[in-house]
Design a protein around this ligand. Structure first.
Ligand code: IMP
Ligand code: MG
Length: 183
């Protein structure tokens, strides 16, 4: 698995130090309010686990499972919701957590669905934001790191459901996209 990595962008310690800061920012802006975190699975699982343990506020946690269809390493904009009902966010302050803001289509579709449930507010937090122009009009309110427009894996992020368990964020070697994964 490690042979597939071209280079490491953020080591575990770098990720965790940044989460300390991000958690402080989030805690300061929601002080006195009850927060409802909606984590988008599977990508935000590890990020959410580490971030939320650093936020000393009363909060609720809901998870959403969506599939955003990818043609290779680009999302196509078709987002399918895997649950029949959305989390109960009426009148709540929602913080939507995802691994990465790429085209923005996935988070845009999720925000549109959540808005239909009449929350008091919705803000978006991502671990990574790609520097590029976005297909969907959506930006994140809290961002861990800005990265270039390249395909990254690890710390929850996958390529074809692999590499989520790597403790760092790295760039995959190009040959990996070009050869089919076993299994
Ligand atoms: P978007 O709809 O294009 O913003 O893509 C959002 C989803 O695509 C993310 O939640 C990720 O699951 C996936 N994605 C986008 N870029 C990457 C990447 O560089 N590595 C791994 N997954 C990615
Ligand atoms: Mg993914």
């Amino acid at each position: 698995m490690l042979d597939d990595i071209e280079r490491i962008l953020f080591h575990e310690q770098t990720l965790l130090s940044r989460l300390d800061e991000l958690a402080r920012e989030i805690t300061a802006s929601y002080r006195g309010q009850e927060l409802t975190v909606v984590a988008v699975l599977n990508g935000s699982l590890i990020f959410a686990a580490d971030l939320l343990r650093r936020i000393p506020l009363p909060l609720r946690l809901d998870c959403l499972r969506v599939a955003s269809y990818h043609g290779g390493t680009e999302s196509t904009g078709t987002v399918t919701f895997h649950q029949l009902t959305m989390p109960d966010v009426r009148g709540r302050h929602v913080l939507l957590l995802d691994d990465i803001l790429d085209s923005g289509r996935t988070l845009h579709a999720i925000c549109a669905r959540l808005r239909g449930e009449n929350p008091a507010s919705i803000r978006v937090c991502v671990l990574l934001r790609k520097a590029k122009s976005r297909a969907a009009e959506l930006d994140a309110d809290f961002v861990g790191f800005e990265i270039g427009d390249e395909f990254v894996i690890g710390y929850g992020l996958d390529y074809a459901e692999h590499y989520r368990n790597l403790p760092f964020v790295g760039v995959l070697r190009r040959e990996v996209f070009e050869t089919p994964l076993p299994g």
